[in-house]
Design a protein around this ligand. Structure first.
Ligand SMILES: NC(=O)c1ccc[n+]([C@@H]2O[C@H](COP(=O)([O-])OP(=O)(O)OC[C@H]3O[C@@H](n4cnc5c(N)ncnc54)[C@H](OP(=O)(O)O)[C@@H]3O)[C@@H](O)[C@H]2O)c1
Length: 251
């Protein structure tokens, strides 16, 4: 994927990684379309970025996705990059009496079905371009999970597997499938304290490293891996899975 001259739609563009990535892509000379549910943030971000566009979109709502996708396809027929970044994270207790299936359902609806619905709705316009890219945000926790975030980690592992199949099925059809695999990053994903946690990677550093990897023509495979996430991504193949899992889970 080139880093300028694209028309890029970013889901989850109102905060954190999506917002920072959208801003960076805008500054690099791309036409950027952000989406999210919080209208006041969409308005604020547009006021700070001349030429950026925005649509209010709830990825939990397939009808909303269909309607926004139809408008985007009509207004931006040259859309060639989709960044599937919207996501939620929730801790869960699975012990007797605390097991709340509604939390798991919400995670599956947003993190899994949201990505599948948005991809299905925008694939036709992406496939009309000479070349296109689908970038989807998973997590280092797809590779070594945290036991207190069971469905969150499983939702990202699902996406990792699904993206491999998508990549294979779309190979030779002009659509590149990339997986953005963040480590723990300073955003408000798990609450305001995460954005100040010194153990999390500063957001500006994360975005700078990601752009560098995207620009690198020699980037291997379809995964965008910053150095900090390689410990999780490579744990199994380097024989450190049990040790890494135990360290992550305080065992
Ligand atoms: N930060 C980390 O440590 C970390 C690590 C690994 C992976 N990730 C992944 O990175 C992605 C971005 O997270 P973040 O850290 O940047 O957190 P964030 O600041 O909370 O961003 C989440 C984004 O998703 C959007 N979103 C959530 N539910 C939505 C829905 N139903 N419909 C539409 N948009 C929705 C939010 O927008 P609205 O609320 O405006 O809808 C927001 O823009 C997520 O997929 C997350 O799992 C983050």
């Amino acid at each position: 994927m080139k880093t300028s001259g694209n028309t890029i739609l970013v889901t989850g563009g109102t905060s954190g990684i999506g917002r920072a990535l959208a801003s960076e892509f805008h500054d690099l000379g791309n036409r950027v379309i952000i989406t999210g549910r919080r209208q006041e943030l969409l308005d604020q971000i547009l006021s700070e970025h001349a030429g950026m566009s925005a649509y209010r979109l709830d990825v939990d709502d397939p009808a909303d996705i269909a309607s926004v996708a139809a408008r985007v396809t009509a207004e931006f027929p040259d859309l060639n990059v989709l960044v599937n970044n919207a996501g939620i994270s929730r801790a869960e207790s699975l012990v007797d009496g605390e097991f709340d299936l509604s939390v798991a359902e919400a995670l599956v609806r947003t993190n899994i079905m949201g990505v599948l619905h948005v991809t299905a709705a925008l694939l036709p316009v992406l496939q009309r371009q000479a070349t296109a890219s689908i970038v989807t945000t998973t997590s280092g926790l797809a590779f070594v999970p945290r036991a207190n975030y069971p469905t969150y980690c499983a939702s990202k592992a699902f996406l990792h597997v699904w993206l491999q199949a998508l990549r294979t099925q779309l190979s030779g059809r002009g659509v590149e499938v990339l997986e953005l695999v963040p480590p723990y990053v300073q955003t408000e994903l798990a609450g305001p304290e995460q954005a100040r946690d010194p153990n999390a990677m500063p957001l500006v550093d994360y975005i700078a490293e990601v752009i560098g990897i995207i620009e690198d023509a020699d980037r291997p495979g379809g995964e965008i891996l910053v150095d900090r996430v390689k410990m999780l991504r490579r744990a199994e193949e380097s024989g450190r899975y049990a040790e890494t899992y135990n360290r992550l889970n305080g065992a």
